[in-house]
Design a protein around this ligand. Structure first.
Ligand code: FAD
Ligand code: NAD
Length: 473
């Protein structure tokens, strides 16, 4: 069998690359090894099966539970006998996942992409060996190959996986609410999944080795986010480096070092969320000729071309943030370049979101990064001054815009608060079109919306905000 394009891996990077290639007139196959309990192929990768989608389903359900128990009475809604039905919550999450993963096979059919089940290994001369789940072997070839095998959670030797020590996947499937839950790592997964279980009733302690909280975020945002999460009950202990975790089958004992000395804690469950690494098991045959760096990432240039002509790599398997939308866009760029188009990806404008409540999001440079490059100005607008945020009882946080002092060009948009992800996305669109703060300030925003905070932050960059009482004169 020969195809114009064969994609290895059916996650958001791979399946999108496959569909785009087919839309551009190529004959395409997408090889995926993941199968469900019935032996049926399951596309969607980490994102749809055990990442973005199930975590957001639980974040949403747990927030509704939390609101019902803590916030609705403030709106004059008195609900008695609120009870958590965890199996039902999990069933809803699984239902959303199944709907989306099976939808990909429908999209393949509609776009003429051939799904191939099995584990693929890239050989020399653009040949691929495939072994399916019953052990049958076949070989296919392609003019172009896109590697998209994704990533896996990092297991640390001091806290090996066990019944009560789990990665993010296990933490999406707890069958009861742990009374006391430990999390190693105050990164994105630690904060999102820590929030889920905290809202459902766990006492959550997050141990973070670094002294800095959310080191990749704007400092002003990170400071306020830390305060807000602490208020919500997440006990985040910075400068706490875990040195051992022992599971005796009932409890997990965690020892960690702080500047004050060694400490220890006991948990019912422990989530290890210290990052992910590229997944290349079985992917590259000895003579594939594809280079891998010292951290295991497949080496690529800005167009996702590997060291082998005609072989590309996209998504978590290559450098850059491990985000679904980054992988999908790389998949599209590669598909377009294979079809002879001059596509490229603007790596400077990939938005980041932490889907806590409130959300934390940003795109472009933060104040500190921008300051280190040149002269800047900033505009900040608090949600406490937004009519819509107050009406919705969502007045925590702010929007911040960083702009070039001379040209007024927007360099970064940062938000912590209601619909922060959507607000930052509007900022990303403006930045992609080269907007200045003035341009955004001249745009008409609907009233009352939380997006008006973006408008006011843009006006605040040039000290022209209307709804900030202590405006500088
Ligand atoms: P993957 O999604 O990992 O897909 C790779 C696929 O390749 C898998 O299906 C695998 O089975 C298959 N495969 C591997 N090797 C082979 C082989 N040799 N042969 C055949 N098939 C193979 N990102 C966001 O942008 N937003 C979020 O909200 C978000 N939330 C997340 C929450 C959690 C808990 C986790 C763990 C991750 C989250 N991410 C999120 C990250 C996101 O899931 C990844 O960035 C994304 O899935 C990467 O896509 P990918 O296609 O590169 O790889
Ligand atoms: P991360 O890199 O975001 O955070 C890991 C944290 O663990 C870091 O802060 C690190 O300092 C800390 N750490 C490492 N070793 C430690 C130790 N021994 N003791 C205490 N702390 C330690 O990684 P993650 O949270 O596992 O997430 C993995 C990837 O998944 C992320 O890079 C992200 O791109 C992706 N993801 C994205 C989203 C989203 O977009 N909303 C959600 C979940 C996951």
């Amino acid at each position: 069998m020969n195809f114009d394009v064969v994609v290895i891996g059916g996650g958001p990077a791979g399946y999108v690359a496959a569909i785009k290639s087919a839309q551009l007139g190529k004959t395409v196959a997408c090889i995926e090894k993941n199968i469900d309990d019935a032996g049926k192929q399951r596309y969607g990768g980490t994102c749809l099966n055990v990442g973005c989608i199930p975590s957001k389903a639980l974040l949403d359900s747990s927030q509704r539970f939390y609101d019902a128990t803590k916030h609705l009475s403030g709106h004059g809604i008195d609900i008695k006998n609120i009870a958590l039905d965890l199996p039902k919550m999990m069933d809803r999450k699984d239902g959303v996942v199944t709907k989306l993963t099976s939808g990909i096979l429908g999209l393949f059919k509609a776009n003429n992409v051939t799904p191939i089940e099995g584990t693929a290994t890239l050989l020399a001369n653009k040949e691929i060996k495939v072994i399916n789940n019953v052990g049958e072997e076949s070989t296919i070839s392609a003019d172009n190959i896109i590697l998209a095998s994704g990533s896996e959670p990092i297991e640390i030797p001091i806290a090996p996986w066990s019944e009560n020590i789990t990665d993010s996947t296990g933490a999406l499937e707890f069958t009861s609410v742990p009374k006391k839950l430990g999390v190693i790592g105050a990164g994105v997964i630690g904060l999102e999944l820590g929030s889920v279980w905290s809202r459902l009733g766990s006492e959550v302690i997050v141990l973070e080795a670094l002294e800095d909280f959310l080191f990749m975020a704007d400092r002003q945002i990170a400071r306020d986010v830390f305060k807000e999460f602490s208020k919500q009950g997440l006990d985040i202990r910075l400068g706490s480096k875990v040195i051992s975790a022992k599971d005796d089958g009932k409890k997990v004992t965690v020892s960690y070092q702080t500047s004050d000395g060694d400490e220890s804690l006991e948990f019912d469950k422990l989530i290890v969320a210290v990052g992910r690494r590229p997944y290349t098991n079985s992917l590259l045959g000895e003579d594939s000729g594809v280079k891998v760096d010292e951290k295991g990432f497949v080496t690529v240039n800005e167009f996702c071309e590997t060291s082998q002509p005609g072989v590309y790599a996209v998504g978590d398997l290559v450098r850059g943030p491990m985000l679904a939308h980054k992988g999908s866009e790389e998949g599209i760029v590669v598909a377009e370049r294979i079809a002879g188009k001059k596509a490229q990806l603007n790596y400077d404008l990939i938005p980041s979101v932490i889907y806590t409540h409130p959300e934390v999001a940003w795109v472009g440079k933060n104040e500190q990064e921008a300051q280190s490059i040149g002269e800047i100005k900033t505009g900040v607008f608090p949600f406490a001054a937004s009519g819509r945020a107050l009406a919705s009882d969502e007045s925590v946080g702010f929007v911040k815009i960083v702009a070039d002092k001379k040209t007024d060009t927007i360099l970064g948009v940062h938000a912590f608060g209601p619909a922060a992800a959507e607000i930052v996305q509007q900022g990303a669109i403006a930045m992609e079109f080269g907007s200045s703060a003035e341009d955004l300030g001249l745009t008409v925003f609907s009233h009352p919306t939380v997006s008006e905070a973006l408008h006011e932050a843009a006006l605040a960059v040039n000290n022209e905000a209307i709804h900030i009482p202590n405006r500088k004169r």
